[in-house]
Design a protein around this ligand. Structure first.
Ligand SMILES: [Fe+2]
Ligand SMILES: [Fe+2]
Length: 211
């Protein structure tokens, strides 16, 4: 059921303490997560808008955007169930810092953007797995939330699939397999550096304070 680390192409593993830390700040992380799902939908559509001539992107990314919007509504429903209002929140610096590595010339920019989007999906999946496991360990506690264990179990499978979709789309756009693999390695190393430097504010893409 769970995607293996190498399938996600991440260059680092998250700190194991991420799960318990996120559960300690669960409602704050859930609000962040809701915004991330909404942003994943708009990012997919922004990619379609930026490269409209790459028609191979249209079908898969519209489907992906619809799915992310469903995830947004799902997370919002869980917030409502928990009596938490969706509110504006300062996002983690992660995505913007990651995207800074995208080259400016075409078609390199398109390739880098697709890979970075894929890496965000991969890291989200990895983090959701840690969160799911931490929630499962506390399921029997007075503040345990079994419904969230199920939510994260289902979402992380989708995010693993989205990771694969972005890499497949890079190939569908005509980028050579060897070039995709080489650039994926470079950008995954950058991604690992970005997430290692993330602040200790509870967000899906931040990092717990040192022990
Ligand atoms: Fe999602
Ligand atoms: Fe996703």
């Amino acid at each position: 059921v769970y995607p293996a680390a190498d399938v996600l192409h991440l260059a680092s593993r998250s700190d194991e303490r991420f799960g318990p830390w996120a559960v300690d700040h669960l409602d704050e992380v859930l609000v962040d997560h809701a915004h991330l799902e909404r942003k994943a939908a708009t990012t997919a559509l922004a990619v379609v808008a930026r490269w409209p001539e790459a028609t191979a992107l249209i079908g898969p990314l519209c489907a992906l955007a619809r799915e992310e919007l469903e995830h947004f509504e799902l997370v919002c429903a869980h917030l409502q169930r928990r009596g938490v209002a969706l509110r504006r929140q300062r996002p983690a610096p992660y995505a913007a810092a990651l995207m800074q590595a995208c080259r400016n010339d075409e078609p390199a920019r398109r390739l880098d953007t697709l890979i970075c989007c894929g890496l965000i999906e991969a890291r989200s999946c990895e983090r959701m797995l840690l969160l799911r496991d931490a929630l499962a360990r506390r399921a029997d506690a007075p503040d345990g939330d079994v419904a969230l264990v199920e939510l994260y179990g289902s979402l992380l499978a989708s995010e693993a699939r989205h990771h694969a979709t972005y890499l497949e789309l890079a190939q569908a756009c005509g980028h050579a397999r060897a070039e995709i693999t080489a650039r994926l390695g470079e950008l995954a190393a950058h991604e690992a550096a970005v997430i290692a430097a993330a602040p200790a504010v509870p967000r899906l893409h931040n990092t717990p304070p040192p022990a």
